[in-house]
Design a protein around this ligand. Structure first.
Ligand SMILES: Nc1nc2c(ncn2[C@@H]2O[C@H](COP(=O)(O)OP(=O)(O)OP(=O)(O)O)[C@@H](O)[C@H]2O)c(=O)[nH]1
Ligand SMILES: [Zn+2]
Length: 372
């Protein structure tokens, strides 16, 4: 662990903290720090203050770290030889950035209101690994991927090493915590199973419908959380109808054929970018960007889900040979790569509506979904 010590070993006691915490603990504390608006102190890298959440309102910095998509919008494309494509970009302004200058640089939703203040200059990054880890941590924390670099007046920083991140995503740490009978409208004999991990504290659940049998492959639906669609009945996506139809299909299968089904409800909102960033993407969609471009314009991946965790849930349930309800071949591939045998892809297409027709067409044309 001593190897993880950064270039400033005496800085605010960073040495002792980085040596005393485990990598998984540092990763979890870093995600937490970003949500709270506290800076991160990267081993072999700078101190980075998350612009969106920063509580240090008096912080200033001569440089900022932003996504390459954001750099393109800021008209830095011609200077991007300083940075590799799709990699984070380090920018320097004419004057130091304070919060009022940094926020419109961070947030594409403000572009229509704020004429962008330049000129900015892109600089080469000497700590690429830390820069990429910072972008990934911002995605996990559900905040905008934009940071002040080595700011003044930023407050105490949380130590982190880029290599800590793999421990956060460790699907092997997931365990079944409890199970309970849960009568639902599709089936009054359903059972809910709750999962937790000591690394990533989001709680996933599975709903088992019908009687689990070792001799028949269950019908499985891997559903990613969509608060707007699942709970509020949003018409912008197909999540709510897909959720209901999956449970009904499993109940029919149990009743008619004595089969069984498992719905995995994964807490990875917005294909892994979080609720607030998904709503930011919706604003951009109202400006004319499609679902893929909107994510990318925010500097976030258009697909960031963790299918290894879904595979681990299936393994813990004893369901390693399955029939998967999906239109997305990438889900089948990801589960198979993680050791699940998918014997059949069961089409799961619901009727569209005027609000989600374009979204579904984009999934078909740009994301490889097999939709008719
Ligand atoms: N970022 C983003 N996420 C969205 C948008 N619309 C829906 N989602 C999220 O997409 C996820 C739903 O995807 P799923 O239906 O599980 O999966 P899929 O990849 O569409 O494939 P299927 O299995 O065929 O439905 C949920 O986490 C939603 O919150 C959007 O416009 N932007
Ligand atoms: Zn949805």
């Amino acid at each position: 662990m001593g190897k993880a010590i950064g270039p400033h070993p005496t800085r605010h006691g960073v040495r002792s903290l980085i040596e005393s915490a485990t990598p998984a603990r540092r990763a979890a504390q870093a995600v937490d720090a970003l949500r709270h608006g506290w800076p991160l102190a990267f081993a072999n890298g700078p101190v980075l203050l998350p612009v969106e959440t920063a509580i240090a309102s008096g912080a200033t910095a001569s440089r900022m770290l932003i996504s390459s998509a954001r750099a393109v919008t800021l008209k830095l494309a011609n200077q991007l030889e300083a940075a590799a494509p799709h990699e984070p970009v380090l920018i320097r302004g004419g004057e130091r950035f304070d919060m009022s200058a940094a926020v419109p640089i961070a947030d594409p939703a403000l572009d229509l209101r704020n004429p962008l203040k330049g000129p900015f200059k892109a600089e080469a990054i000497e700590w690429e690994v830390a820069a990429k880890a910072a972008m990934e941590l911002a995605r996990i924390a559900g905040i905008l991927p934009a940071f002040m670099v080595d700011p003044d007046n930023a407050g105490e920083a949380q130590p982190i090493a880029a290599s800590d991140l793999v421990h956060y995503a460790d699907a092997g740490a997931l365990k079944i915590i409890t199970r309970a009978r849960l009568p639902v409208s599709a089936s009054d004999t359903a059972e809910i199973v709750a999962f937790r991990s000591s690394a990533d504290t989001r709680e996933h659940v599975a709903l088992i419908i019908g009687k689990q049998r070792g001799d028949s492959a269950p019908l499985v639906r891997l559903h990613s959380e969509c608060l707007t669609g699942d709970i509020l009945g949003s018409l912008k996506c197909d999540c709510g109808p897909q959720l209901d139809a999956a449970l009904r299909a499993m109940a029919d299968h149990a009743e008619a054929d004595g089969g069984w089904g498992a719905l995995l409800y994964m807490r990875q909102e917005g294909r892994g970018i979080g609720l607030v960033n998904k709503l930011r993407a919706y604003r951009l969609q109202d400006e004319g960007f499609d679902t893929v471009d909107a994510n990318q314009r925010l500097g976030l991946p258009d697909e960031a889900r963790d299918f290894a965790t879904a595979a681990r849930m299936l393994q813990l349930l004893g369901a390693t040979t399955i029939r998967l309800m999906t239109n997305n071949p990438a889900k089948v591939e990801a589960l198979e790569q993680a050791g699940i045998n998918v014997t059949e892809r069961v089409q799961h297409q619901l009727p569209d509506n005027p609000h989600n027709a374009h979204y579904l067409a984009t999934k078909r044309d740009r994301s490889g979904h097999l939709l008719k």
